[in-house]
Write a protein that binds this ligand. Structure first.
Ligand SMILES: Cc1ncc(COP(=O)(O)O)c(C=O)c1O
Length: 366
């Protein structure tokens, strides 16, 4: 049986009646923008993350831009960001007027470290975007000790726990995406910003609403970037299930280990003390393309998400030229995402591993 790369349908099927009721509640209430559902979701999501405040925004990309603006990032500033990430992590920086400066990652965890960030700091660095890539956890406290504000890009890490708490509670600000395939996914676009700092939360609230409190006086050039009531109502149905889904993702990771996948490819490694809710399960192999071909032939999902790292993308030419990022180069060449979801079974994992074994791969020597 073909195993899909991810499954956004099965986990939601048992919640269908509740979701239908939530949608009907919003339609009957007649309030579609910044109403009671968004307010309630913001409180519930902040409590889940262990953050004092959450502010719903339109998507995870604008969440980053708004968070940077709330920190006062603007023209002449630099923002350090990994190159091995989804393009949006860096794309969110130039709209503030600041310059992205690319840093390397730890090839075992796929996340930035204090060392890789430090190598990219200059006197103009105004902030660091640390991505919790694939659901793993970047070492936020160590990076903060370098003395720069850290924004967690937690788009892929809802449901994860780290040694110091959940993503969303660790940095100066954190940003989330509720893109439908994420660990907590809306039925459209959505995002949130969390912070422990009340003043920053107020600034974010104003920026998401045209830089205004009342739509009469406009104090900043802001954004129209709001989570809508329908998406908030749907997310409220899902949030109580996020921990169970995260357990399902971790269990699927264990199934891969128990089925011996580590003999064939290099498995993703959790950062110390982290329990990642694997958003994507990404392995590394010198024979990544052969593995991709074998899985595709068997009908199984697979994808090399970031074969061209962000600093080499055409739109980033102006910022990425000259960056020397050896670990990024290596993981960009060797990574491959294989099936992962909250409901991936041991049998499905067995099918994927059997296909990988038949492809005659071997992991790099430890
Ligand atoms: C790491 C990362 N950052 C930012 C984003 C942007 O989120 P969105 O698609 O909601 O704009 C995503 C996901 O798409 C992501 O994976």
């Amino acid at each position: 049986m073909p195993v899909p790369l991810f499954d956004t349908v099965s986990p939601l099927a048992p919640l269908r009646a509740e979701i239908d009721a939530a949608v009907a509640r919003v339609i009957d209430g007649g309030q579609f923008i910044l109403g009671p559902e968004v307010t309630a979701f913001e409180q519930e999501f902040a409590a889940y993350c262990g953050a004092a405040h959450a502010v719903g925004v339109a998507n995870g990309t604008e969440a980053l831009t708004v968070a940077l603006r709330a920190l006062g990032v603007g023209p002449g500033d630099e923002v350090v960001v990994p190159s091995f990430t989804f393009y949006a992590s860096a794309e969110a920086i130039p709209p503030t007027g600041a310059t992205p400066v690319f840093c390397d990652v730890d090839p075992d965890t796929f996340c930035v470290t204090a060392e890789t960030v430090e190598a990219a700091l200059t006197p103009r660095t105004k902030a660091v975007i640390a991505v919790h890539l694939f659901g793993n956890v970047a070492p936020i406290k160590e990076i903060e000790s370098l003395g720069v504000p850290v924004i967690e890009d937690a788009a892929q890490a809802a449901g994860t726990t780290g040694p110091d708490g959940r993503p969303g509670s660790l940095g100066t600000l954190a940003t989330f995406s509720f893109f439908p395939s994420k660990n907590l996914g809306a039925m459209g676009d959505g995002g949130a910003i969390t912070t422990q700092d009340g003043e920053l939360a107020d600034r974010v609230r104003m920026l998401r609403f045209h830089g205004s409190w009342d739509k009469v006086t406009y104090e900043h050039v802001g954004y129209n970037s709001r989570l809508d009531e329908l998406q908030a109502a749907i997310l409220r149905v899902q949030l109580p299930h996020l921990d169970r889904w995260a357990d399902g993702r971790r269990a699927a990771g264990r199934h891969y280990e128990e089925a011996g996948l580590g003999e064939l490819v290099d498995l993703p490694r959790a950062t110390a003390g982290a329990a990642p809710a694997w958003h994507l399960y990404v392995v590394r192999s010198e024979q990544a393309d052969a593995l991709a071909a074998a899985l595709a032939d068997a009908g199984h999902g697979q994808k090399a998400y970031y074969r061209t790292p962000v600093h080499l993308q055409p739109a980033m030419r102006e910022y990425g030229a000259g960056a020397d990022l050896p670990a990024t180069t290596e993981v960009a060449r060797t990574h491959l995402a294989i099936p992962m979801s909250a409901v991936l079974t041991a049998d499905q994992v067995g099918e994927v591993v059997t296909t990988a074994r038949a492809a005659g791969l071997s992991a790099s020597p430890a």
